[in-house]
Design a protein around this ligand. Sequence first.
Ligand SMILES: Nc1nc2c([nH]c(=O)n2[C@H]2C[C@H](O)[C@@H](COP(=O)(O)OP(=O)(O)OP(=O)(O)O)O2)c(=O)[nH]1
Length: 150
Amino acid sequence: MDRDTLIVVGAAIIRDGRILAAQRAEPAALRGRWEFPGGKVDPGESPADALVRECREELGVTVRAREALGADVPFPATPGRTRPAVLRLLRADLVEGEPRALEHLSLRWLAAADLDGLDWLPADVPFLGTIGDLLAPRDTPRGEPPSAAG
Ligand SMILES: Nc1nc2c([nH]c(=O)n2[C@H]2C[C@H](O)[C@@H](COP(=O)(O)OP(=O)(O)OP(=O)(O)O)O2)c(=O)[nH]1
């Protein structure tokens, strides 16, 4: 990867078969769209340290960063940024605290069947298949016969 590439880290926080998604408040162009909590890796900072810092700032929780899920996804330059950028999704364990929307419009815990219904930022969409495989289906497992009544 180009040394100049900006890495944005997102946290895949999974609890009880659901993943935490966050709805952006800013900038205006992205307001209302869904993403994973996280942000830009600062110069000299490791992606794992950036994830821990961002989760503290945005959610008020302590997380432990784990492995990357899938490959980095490039996303296009914006008016204020000409460097190439990638989104890296790191699995993260909640160590302390209950997530609160300190910088987002709202938070939701999503089951696999909920993933498709949200207006995600484009770079997040390629991760949804991998994430869906890690989550619980919303209802009873497919193919299971209804229980016999009476
Ligand atoms: N946090 C986060 N950002 C994402 C995701 N997907 C995606 O395309 N992005 C983009 C949106 C922004 O252009 C950029 C991250 O910016 P940010 O505003 O969240 O990062 P930051 O907190 O470090 O920002 P800053 O205020 O310090 O500039 O990456 C995602 O899942 N999570």
